[in-house]
Design a protein around this ligand. Structure first.
Ligand SMILES: NC(=O)c1ccc[n+]([C@@H]2O[C@H](COP(=O)([O-])OP(=O)(O)OC[C@H]3O[C@@H](n4cnc5c(N)ncnc54)[C@H](OP(=O)(O)O)[C@@H]3O)[C@@H](O)[C@H]2O)c1
Length: 311
């Protein structure tokens, strides 16, 4: 696993270990906590091209979770060559052209590939993943599997985006919501993603798979967290320009179809569907267990109160 110690990597790793796989994780060794003792840790850096730790050994499969630019996958494929049976590339649903209608599947048009970007932004991340997909497919053909997750969450979520709203719902009271309550979401539980990846490997499936979860809305996410915490919320819609830019999960109306992608192919291949309620319950418990550290996004309680005229 390239990036086995990251958030998604951990979920794939847990499932693979459950299935009795032998796992090695390659990374800089910076992210996350210690790996399980049975996992071999290989240290290297894809940005500097340090792949010395991968120069020996043979693998039935590589799961690439840290490929963001074509240089990353090209270097890794040069080093691994035919010492790997299958290359599973964890891409993103951001590869698709923007503003698609609801219900599109893996055949939807992708954005033009971008071979390198100085910085990954909303505009460059998807096109860079397209270039990675193309290179992996060109090199491994039928031995390539492409997984395109939507927004992932679950216990261990290393980004604050979904956790902000789950935690906010859990606190109850009047909630400043800079979008419409019915804004669609399609979160995938990290454990469902892990199960899909491992099942695709077990069955030797090629091609692309939309790893997206059940349909929900932002109101449902917040209200579920409130209910599970024994409280209630009043959602108060506030103007989007009254809150910091790129507010967690807040999206333009035109992007609604991007949260209603067709998961049929991945489900047929064995992707489970953890109900949103279960995912939220497990994130709440995990977040409380770790002591609810400060988040780097959203509004502080004080700023939210001021915005709602309660300060
Ligand atoms: N999270 C989501 O909602 C989401 C949605 C769609 C797609 N994805 C895709 O899923 C994959 C994993 O995402 P994630 O959320 O699990 O990310 P993450 O938690 O940031 O994990 C990234 C992993 O890559 C490793 N890594 C980063 N830079 C590296 C480098 N220069 N050399 C070697 N290893 C490096 C990290 O380990 P070290 O820091 O120890 O090096 C870590 O294991 C990514 O490809 C992402 O594009 C994620």
């Amino acid at each position: 696993m390239l990036g086995g110690n990251g958030f998604v990597g951990r979920a794939v790793m847990a499932d693979a270990l459950d299935q009795g796989a032998e796992v090695a994780s390659f990374s800089r060794g910076k992210s996350g906590t210690d790996l399980p003792p049975e996992v071999t840790q290989l240290v290297g850096d894809r940005d500097t091209g340090d792949y010395a730790a991968l120069r020996t050994g043979e693998w039935d499969v590589v799961v690439d979770l840290s490929g963001y630019q074509s240089k990353h996958v090209d270097d890794a494929m040069d080093v691994l060559g035919d010492r790997v049976g299958r290359y599973v590339f964890v891409s993103s649903h951001a590869v698709y052209v923007r503003d698609l209608p609801p219900g599109t599947d893996e055949n939807a048009a992708r954005r033009p590939p971008l071979r390198a970007a100085a910085v990954l932004t909303n505009d460059t991340y998807g096109p860079c993943k397209v270039a990675c997909e193309d290179d992996v497919l060109e090199r491994y053909g039928d031995r390539a599997t492409i997984v395109r997750p939507g927004k992932v969450t679950g216990p261990g979520d290393s980004t604050s985006t979904v956790v902000y709203w789950i935690r906010r719902g859990g606190r109850g009271g009047r909630v400043a919501l800079p979008t419409r309550p019915e804004q669609p979401l399609q979160l995938i539980d990290s454990r469902d993603l892990g199960r899909l990846v491992v099942q695709l490997i077990t069955d030797g499936r090629s091609g692309a798979f939309n790893a997206v979860g059940p349909f929900s809305t932002i109101a449902e996410l917040i209200e579920t967290a409130a209910e599970l915490s024994g409280t209630s919320v009043e959602l108060v819609q506030v103007p989007v320009d009254a809150v910091p830019a790129r507010f967690p999960l807040v999206e333009a109306v035109e992007e609604a179809g991007e949260r209603r992608r067709n998961p049929a192919k991945a489900r047929a291949a064995g992707m489970p569907v953890t109900p949103l309620r279960q995912t939220v319950a497990d994130v709440l418990a995990w977040d409380r267990d770790r002591g609810e550290p400060p988040l780097d996004v959203g509004l502080s309680a004080e700023d939210e109160q001021k915005l709602l005229g309660q300060g």
